[in-house]
Design a protein around this ligand. Structure first.
Ligand SMILES: Nc1ncnc2c1ncn2[C@@H]1O[C@H](COP(=O)(O)OP(=O)(O)OP(=O)(O)O)[C@@H](O)[C@H]1O
Ligand SMILES: [Mg+2]
Length: 223
């Protein structure tokens, strides 16, 4: 469903353009659990943002279900982002002044739901993710693992087709990382496609494919 063909991207520095993605070919199928590994600065987050319709400044073709993403307007891209993608980050990126439930319901409110309609759905999802009792707490009152569960809830409340996770276990201890990987594993079993950027080899065991980013190029591990 995601097909990248000869994707190139460069950042401008002073008078130069610094190439970051040089010639990326990548296909992600529905149901994949893909790990992207590679050294710091190799372009993993850049690639993830591009896949998540955050970044339109690239060359080459990005086909989503066979349609060119590049030809879509900003409004269509925002809509795609809201409906089809859930982002999860290393630092959780929850809004500190909102409760857990308020954080999680935000994507639904953006999608046009009323506050009344969101309540049950948010509660059910938080319960499913094991933090049903934290609804009315603020992010700071939760452990790192609980905050990441809340962030995952926010990412999937709209039932996206795919989750883009940028080092989601990077700030967590080993035990909590495993818990979070189990959450992703369960979602993947339920059919959600997952693209995971990770430095941690133990998280790769959960994935069905691994690609390595190096010098702007991707190579896939064949197993
Ligand atoms: N907005 C930007 N403007 C200019 N250069 C950028 C910008 N974003 C990233 N870069 C550069 O592009 C390269 C790739 O950055 P990116 O954040 O994608 O790497 P990464 O693989 O995610 O690294 P890390 O593992 O440290 O998160 C780096 O050299 C970075 O300095
Ligand atoms: Mg990064």
């Amino acid at each position: 469903m995601i097909k990248l063909k000869k994707i190139q991207k460069a950042y401008k520095a002073e008078d130069d353009w610094i190439p970051v993605l040089k010639d990326i070919d990548l296909t992600v199928e529905q149901g994949d659990f893909l790990a992207i590994m590679g050294p710091s600065g190799s372009g993993k987050s850049t690639l993830l943002n591009l896949i998540g319709f955050v970044d339109k400044a690239y060359r080459g073709d990005y086909l989503l279900d066979g349609e060119k993403v590049m030809s879509k307007g900003d409004q269509d891209l925002s809509q795609l982002r809201n409906e089809r993608v859930g982002f999860v980050f290393q630092q959780f990126n929850l809004i500190e002044t909102l409760t857990v439930a308020e954080n999680v319901e935000l994507p639904l409110l953006y999608a046009g739901w009323t506050q009344k309609e969101t309540k049950v759905r948010v509660s059910e999802l938080l319960t499913k993710l094991g933090i049903g009792d934290k609804e009315d707490k603020y992010p700071k009152q939760l452990s790192g693992g609980q905050q990441q569960r809340a962030a995952i809830a926010r990412a999937i409340i709209n039932e996206p087709d795919f989750i883009l996770a940028d080092e989601p276990t990077g700030a967590l201890d080993t035990r909590t990382s495993e818990d979070i990987m189990h959450v992703f594993q369960q979602l993947n079993i339920e059919g959600v496609t997952i693209v995971l950027v990770t430095h941690d080899p133990s998280t790769v065991d959960y994935c069905n494919r691994v690609v390595h980013m190096q010098d702007g190029l991707l190579t896939e591990e064949v197993n």
